[in-house]
Structures are given as structure tokens and as C-alpha cells.
Design a protein. Structure first.
Length: 647
């Protein structure tokens, strides 16, 4: 038995016992030490780099680590085995997979404007903002020797008098009953109830003193494969009380949903594997994020009466601790499309005991509630115009249609849009390069960095800009290979070229911020998946790209996408740029709408039921379309006339 000590920046060292021959990455997982491992430890991505500080590891040289780096102690955790007491440094480099938390400044209008705009559009579409949850103020007659009616009946009759609902249709659950007598007497029988209406029934969710001025709160969560985004909302006014985002703690079990599913099936009969994945997202991501939000908004967790979840089908299953293998195996059947009667306490969250968990409906194994909620937020269902909705996340999902029909599909774009599969990739958080312009003559870059800090990585919108600019400047060819020489274009020991966006000497970082030929190749395949999915779906319906009247682009890949650059690299069809609209995190805004409006929840359910799902893998011509799209901008240059004009 040996002792493994992990040194993580700004955190106390973590020590754990390990057996000889144990894999270092697995040891780190046991110790809850997050090491970036998008490939889940199969040795292909090279991102689980750690530095050997002292001791010895059984770790052979890897192709992703240069001789100089190996001599300096750098190793791949997934390729290293324990053979002695050892101290390991886990570098604090910004990546898509580190759970850095960001709580939004709600004094910044941009942070909440998108929610206000959605509410306006919903009202114009006839969606009523009316929740079935509300406060009901009551003043009860105090009991006397002549009136010894029990407290629960006294409360029920007061509710009947105020609402007209028959006493026998009024439900008082145990969580309310156990504190009822105390609350009534402390408040001198002047209270306000939190009630919900379900047809002709009323359920009392809480009983509070009439002087309690805490708001009626709901929690909307966009559960992404790579990152999470949540809002706390005043259910009476729609006001955003707190807004935050963080990384998904499951990321150390793989960057994509397939690796996550495989991991969840390990350990005994899979139950403990499922538990590991559930704990990773609940305890390491959702709960810490909620704590930050509670503190910012001064919210008592017991005052949260509802949670809405919008996530892809796999994320929904893993959060709920469900057996997920059937999602990835033919005939690809999930446990549910629509699920009811789930409570937040079922997944280990402490809110009001009666707070239910509403899950935006799934459509297929690879089109989930994030897309039904997002399609709702785009409002394409409310217009006769033919519109394309594209959600750029760890998977690429698309919806095409109007107020008469909707078709959806999903493509395996990989995690590149959120920084995965990119050597210096990261989420769109502080230090991420989110926009870039490159001088054609000097090849010197002008960078826009999230938070105005020194650059430490690149997020999705920045990657699009960088590749488009390198292509426009003639630094790379259509295959993504570097064809110019420059001080910023460097080559490693394998003769792989990279463009240096920021030298470590200038930023004080641990390594240069670069984009290399493997990164570019990974991104070309990701953008090729999006374009080929678009054209394949259109062809199946008898349409062409010229028929598209509006394109809604969603996803948290940056503050916004340069649509011209996205067309330049062949990710989006070459149509008028006026047709493109970036709508941000539509999954979160859709979940927000579902919190506030029963009409919105009903419409999202309707969208889920009516949406046709196209399985691209069985669609003739899809693979040919994909191969053709894996080029800058495309092997068929005629599809991109505006790009040809740049040459």
C-alpha cells in the first residue's frame, strides 16, 4: 500500500492510499480530485497531464508529451500506475472540464435582458404568465374552550372560505402538518399559505407567518454535458434573483455521453456506478452552485417550491440515477420521454420538502429536454417562417420547421464547441479567448478575453474565429494544415504545427495558449457534423438551404458567435447573415419559462410530442455529406460562394 498525495492549486493537499499497480486517474477519482480526462482514460486525448513532484510512477513516455516535458516530470494520469509513495501536481490550467463557478452580476442588464425578451415574446404569442403556485393570506379564528377544532381542520376551512374549494379537496401534507401548530401560535393565527392548484384540488405546500416577506422561489437548471447554468426566480414577479454557472462534475468520467453511460454501468451491477455519476453532478456541481446563489440572493432553501430541469436525455437519466445503457444500444430506448411525480428530494437536494422536479420532455435518445425547452424559447413554433434552430453543445442538435411542423435530429459533434478535444480548450469563463482577429500580413492576433484577464484558453466562439482567420490569412489550407512560416507557427517533436495565440512569457501562464493541427482537425469534424446534419435533414423534407428564412443559434460557447466566420469555415449554410440570430442559452431560458407559466410547460410538452425525430445514421447520404463537409469550407466550393470571394 502506497500513499498518493495530490497538490491542487489554491486547495489543501489531498492524500489517499493506493495499491501497487492502481491507475493514477482512477486513484484521483476515488480521492475526488478532478483531472481533465475527456476520453475517460483511454489514452487518446492527452489532456490528463499531471506533474510528478516526488516519488516514482510506472509511466512510459506518451506521444502527447515531449521529451523535455517528460524529463520535467509531466505524465498522463491515465497511463500511469502506482509503484511507490508519490506526490502529484494537478495543474490549474483553464479547461472545459474544471468546475469553476461563476455567479452573475445581476446589475449588468445583459445578464437578464434575454429573459425579459422571452417574456415579451411569450405574451405576444398568447402564453399566459400564471403559476399554479401562489400565496394565500389567511386570518384564522383562535381556538377556545368552546371551539376545540383541530388545527388542520381549522386551516382547511379557512382555505375553503377563501377559495371556494371544498374542504375534502384540500390536501395538507405531513411536512406542513408537523409544524402547523407551532406556526399558527407563533403568528397569532395570521398566516400566509403557499398553495398549488391541480384541477379542483388545492395542496398546501407551506404555512408561514403573515409577516414573512420571503419570496416564492423556483429554480431552473440547464444541465449540460460539460457545464451547468441555473437561475433562482421569484415565481410571482418573474424577477431573476440569482444566476450562476459551473462545470459538470461528471466530466472526469468522460467528455461525451457515451463514456459517461459506460462509466455508470461499472462497479458491481451498475448501481454504484450510477451513484458515482449522480453524486458527481449533485454534490460537486449543483449543491455548491446553489449555495453560492442562496448567499447572493439571501434565499432560504426551504422557500424553493419548484425546480425545472432541461438537459439532454443522458444527463436527465444520470442525474436521476437511472440505468442508462439502453440509450446507447440499439434500438436506443431510454427509460422515459416524459416523467412525472419526481421530487427534488429524490436526487438529494434540500429545498421545500414538497418541491417537485419538472423535467422538460425528451424526444429521442439523443434529443432531450434541452432541445424541447430551447425550441420553445426560440419561438420558431409560433411563426410561419421556415426556421432552423441549432444548439451547439457537447452534441449538436437541430430543429427545422415552423408553426405547422417540426423535425429534429442530433449529430455527434463531440465536445469541441465547449472546448473539449481542443488542447487549450475551455468553457466560456474568465480567461477564455472568445473572439479573435488576425492581421493577414503580420499574422499577429488581436484577442478578446472573457473577463478582460490574461488568456489561458480558448472557448467555442474563439475557436471559430481563430480557424476562420487562419484560413482567411492563408496560414492554413482547406485540410487545416499550416502552410505559412511565422514566429507564431511552431512545430513539436512530431512535426505537428501550432499557432501561438499567447506566449506563456507574456501571460505568466504555465504553457503557451495555442491551437494546433489536431485541434483544427477535431473542430473541422465537429463543424462538418453540424453542416451535414443541416443539409441531410433539409433534403429529407424536400428543402434546400435557400428555403431557410431564419437561423437561431443557441449554446453557451461564448458571448456570441461571429456568424460570418462560422459560414467561412463551413459550419453554417452560406445564406444572408441577416437570417442568423444568436439566442444564447435557450435551454435555460426555456426552463425559466416553464417555471413561471403552466401554459409554457404545456407548450413544451406539446413540442416534445409533435416533434419528428430523424435518425441520421440510417439516413441515406448522410455519411457522404459528412465527409464532404470535413474541409474548409467544403469540398464543394459552390456551396459557399461568399467564401470563394475572399480568396
Amino acid at each position: 500500500m502506497y500513499t498518493v498525495t495530490f497538490q491542487v492549486s489554491n486547495l489543501p493537499p489531498v492524500s489517499i492510499d493506493a495499491n501497487a499497480g492502481e491507475n493514477l486517474l482512477e486513484v484521483a477519482r476515488k480521492a475526488n480530485v478532478v483531472i481533465d480526462a475527456p476520453c475517460s482514460g483511454n489514452g487518446s486525448c492527452g489532456k490528463c497531464r499531471v506533474r510528478l513532484v516526488s516519488g516514482y510512477l510506472d509511466s512510459p513516455p506518451a506521444r502527447q508529451i515531449s521529451t523535455e516535458e517528460y524529463e520535467a516530470g509531466w505524465r498522463l494520469a491515465c497511463c500511469s500506475k502506482i509503484s511507490a509513495n508519490v506526490t502529484i501536481q494537478v495543474p490549474d490550467i483553464a479547461s472545459a472540464y474544471q468546475s469553476r463557478m461563476k455567479v452573475a452580476d445581476l446589475d449588468t442588464p445583459e445578464e437578464v435582458a434575454i429573459f425579459d425578451d422571452l417574456r415579451r415574446q411569450m405574451l405576444e404569442a398568447g402564453i399566459v404568465f400564471k403559476s399554479d403556485l401562489s400565496f394565500l393570506p389567511l386570518e384564522l379564528e383562535e381556538p377556545t374552550l368552546d371551539d376545540t377544532m383541530p388545527d388542520n381542520e381549522r386551516l382547511a376551512r379557512a382555505v375553503e372560505a377563501a377559495t371556494g374549494c371544498p374542504e375534502e379537496r384540500i390536501i395538507i401534507p405531513y411536512s406542513v402538518l408537523k409544524d402547523l401548530s407551532w406556526v399558527l401560535r407563533e403568528s397569532e393565527f395570521r398566516v400566509k399559505c403557499v398553495i398549488s392548484r391541480d384541477g379542483d384540488r388545492i395542496q398546501i405546500r407551506d404555512v408561514l407567518p403573515s409577516t414573512n416577506d420571503e419570496p416564492l422561489v423556483g429554480f431552473a437548471l440547464d444541465l449540460g454535458t460539460t457545464s451547468l447554468a441555473g437561475v433562482l426566480v421569484d415565481l410571482e414577479t418573474g424577477k431573476i434573483l440569482s444566476k450562476a454557472s459551473c462545470g459538470n462534475g461528471q466530466i472526469r468520467y468522460g467528455a461525451d455521453v457515451i463514456n459517461r453511460i459506460i462509466e455508470s454501468g461499472k462497479w458491481l451491477d451498475g448501481r454504484s456506478g450510477r451513484r458515482r455519476l449522480q453524486v458527481a453532478v449533485v454534490k460537486e456541481s449543483i449543491i455548491p452552485m446553489l449555495v453560492q446563489m442562496y448567499q447572493q440572493a439571501h434565499i432560504n432553501p426551504r422557500r424553493i417550491y419548484r425546480m425545472v430541469l432541461a438537459g439532454n436525455t443522458t444527463m436527465n437519466h444520470l442525474l436521476l440515477g437511472l440505468y442508462s445503457d439502453p440509450i446507447r444500444m440499439e434500438p436506443f430506448v431510454p427509460s422515459f420521454f416524459r416523467a412525472n411525480y419526481i421530487y427534488v428530494r429524490d436526487i438529494g437536494l434540500k429545498m421545500n420538502p414538497l418541491a417537485e422536479l419538472i423535467v422538460a420532455p425528451n424526444v429521442g435518445s439523443y434529443v432531450g429536454g434541452d432541445i424541447t425547452a430551447g425550441a420553445f424559447a426560440s419561438m420558431l413554433w409560433n411563426s410561419p417562417e421556415l426556421s432552423l434552430f441549432i444548439d451547439l453543445g457537447t452534441n449538436g442538435e437541430l430543429v427545422f420547421g415552423n408553426n405547422e411542423f417540426l423535425m429534429s435530429c442530433a449529430c455527434s459533434a463531440g465536445p469541441a464547441f465547449e472546448g473539449g478535444d481542443i488542447s487549450c480548450g475551455m468553457r466560456a469563463t474568465d480567461g477564455a479567448i472568445e473572439a479573435c482577429a488576425i492581421d493577414k500580413e503580420t499574422l499577429e492576433p488581436t484577442l478578446t478575453v472573457v473577463g478582460g484577464a490574461e488568456p489561458v484558453g480558448i472557448c467555442g466562439s474563439g475557436i471559430i474565429d481563430i480557424i476562420a482567420e487562419l484560413f482567411r490569412c492563408g496560414a492554413i489550407n482547406g485540410k487545416g494544415r499550416f502552410i505559412r512560416e511565422h514566429r507564431r507557427i511552431v512545430r513539436d517533436h512530431n512535426d505537428m504545427a501550432a499557432y501561438v495565440l499567447a506566449f506563456k512569457e507574456d501571460t505568466g501562464g504555465v504553457k503557451d495558449v495555442v491551437i494546433n493541427e489536431v485541434d483544427i482537425d477535431n473542430f473541422i469534424r465537429a463543424k462538418g457534423a453540424i453542416f451535414s446534419a443541416t443539409t441531410t435533414m433539409l433534403t429529407s423534407l424536400g428543402f434546400t438551404v435557400e428555403d431557410i428564412q431564419r437561423v437561431f443559434v443557441a449554446g453557451g460557447i461564448g458571448s456570441g458567435i461571429n456568424m460570418k466566420n462560422a459560414v467561412t469555415i463551413g459550419m453554417f449554410p452560406d445564406i444572408s447573415l441577416d437570417h442568423f440570430h444568436y439566442i444564447g442559452n435557450s435551454s435555460q431560458t426555456g426552463a425559466y419559462a416553464m417555471l413561471l407559466s403552466g401554459d409554457a410547460r404545456a407548450k413544451v410538452e406539446e413540442i416534445g410530442r409533435s416533434m419528428t425525430y430523424l435518425e441520421l445514421s440510417t439516413e441515406p447520404g448522410y455519411m457522404d455529406a459528412f465527409v464532404g463537409a470535413c474541409f474548409l469550407p467544403h469540398t464543394d466550393a459552390a456551396l459557399f460562394p461568399s467564401v470563394a470571394e475572399l480568396s
